[in-house]
Design a binder for this molecule. Structure first.
Ligand code: NAD
Length: 245
């Protein structure tokens, strides 16, 4: 479904991001895995050995426009194009408002929102002269409901939805589609950090009766990246088993 396309997946070293990387590689794309450190990128590349020179690693500071532009230009130079940006990197928090420091709030804004802006700008500057491309952002079910602690996290995901709708409208004339995927509770390190009883309670309350797997989310990322979604832009696609909390 993605033959002759090149994708970059931020936070592609584990969890949902690594599942997206695998799904894109299985479907014929060249993929750049973007991680925070060379060490974690190398670890991810080690499990992707079967894809040979169709996969590469980058580790720019995602909030540094020059570093990201340079890394994305490197991807284009290596594979000939940059067609798909999956803005997946993200950090979560359940800190109470009473304990939140400005430093922690800024950190979550940086990776969950500012990096999405920086990466989208760098990718669009490459995609426009190419004649188009696809940007997919990672929202969350909490961007519908908020959450009862850690207000910075849902605040960034509401903002990601706004960025998605706005960029979809702005970039449509350049044939760049911009969508978001809003996962529900998904079995990754982010969820492993939650108390087990909380995950059980959440699963029991999900109409489909289970938490999501990274593959469930990666399949939505595949659809939105592919030509099957050629007339889909500006949407946030919920992939959450109809969860409501
Ligand atoms: N797991 C869930 O239940 C869930 C639900 C809704 C949304 N999400 C979203 O899905 C995305 C992936 O989450 P996950 O569950 O796979 O989490 P995870 O913690 O397993 O992975 C997060 C990824 O982001 C990367 N990352 C974090 N900070 C970074 C930085 N400064 N620079 C570069 N990369 C950085 C990590 O290296 C890692 O690869 C996030 O945006 C998250 O908010 C997850």
């Amino acid at each position: 479904m993605l033959k002759n396309k090149t994708a970059v997946v931020t936070g592609g070293t584990r969890g949902i991001g690594l599942a997206i990387v695998k799904k894109y590689l299985e479907n014929g794309a060249n993929v750049a895995v973007a991680g925070s450190r060379q060490e974690t990128v190398d670890k991810a590349l080690a499990v992707l050995g079967q894809y040979g020179d169709r996969v590469m690693g980058i580790w720019p500071d995602l909030c540094d426009p020059e570093a990201v532009a340079g890394a994305f230009a490197g991807i284009r130079d290596r594979f000939g194009s940059l067609d798909i940006l999956a803005n997946n990197a993200g950090v979560s928090s359940r800190t109470s408002l009473y304990d939140y420091t400005l430093e922690e709030f800024s950190k979550i804004l940086d990776i969950n929102l500012k990096a999405v802006f920086v990466c989208s700008q760098a990718a669009a500057r490459i995609m426009k002269p190419q004649g188009g491309g696809v940007i997919i952002n990672t929202s969350s079910m909490v961007a519908e409901y908020g959450q009862s602690a850690g207000c910075g996290y849902p605040a960034t995901k509401f903002a990601v939805n706004g960025l998605t709708k706005s960029l979809a409208r702005e970039l449509a004339k350049d044939q760049i589609r911009v969508n978001a995927v809003a996962p529900g509770v998904t079995r990754t390190d982010m969820v492993a950090a939650l108390p087990a009883e909380m995950v059980e309670r959440i699963s029991a309350g999900i109409p489909l009766g289970r938490v999501g797997e990274p593959l469930d989310i990666a399949n939505a990322y595949l659809f939105l990246a592919s030509d099957l979604a050629s007339y889909v832009t500006g949407v946030t696609l919920r992939v959450d088993g109809a969860a409501m909390v």
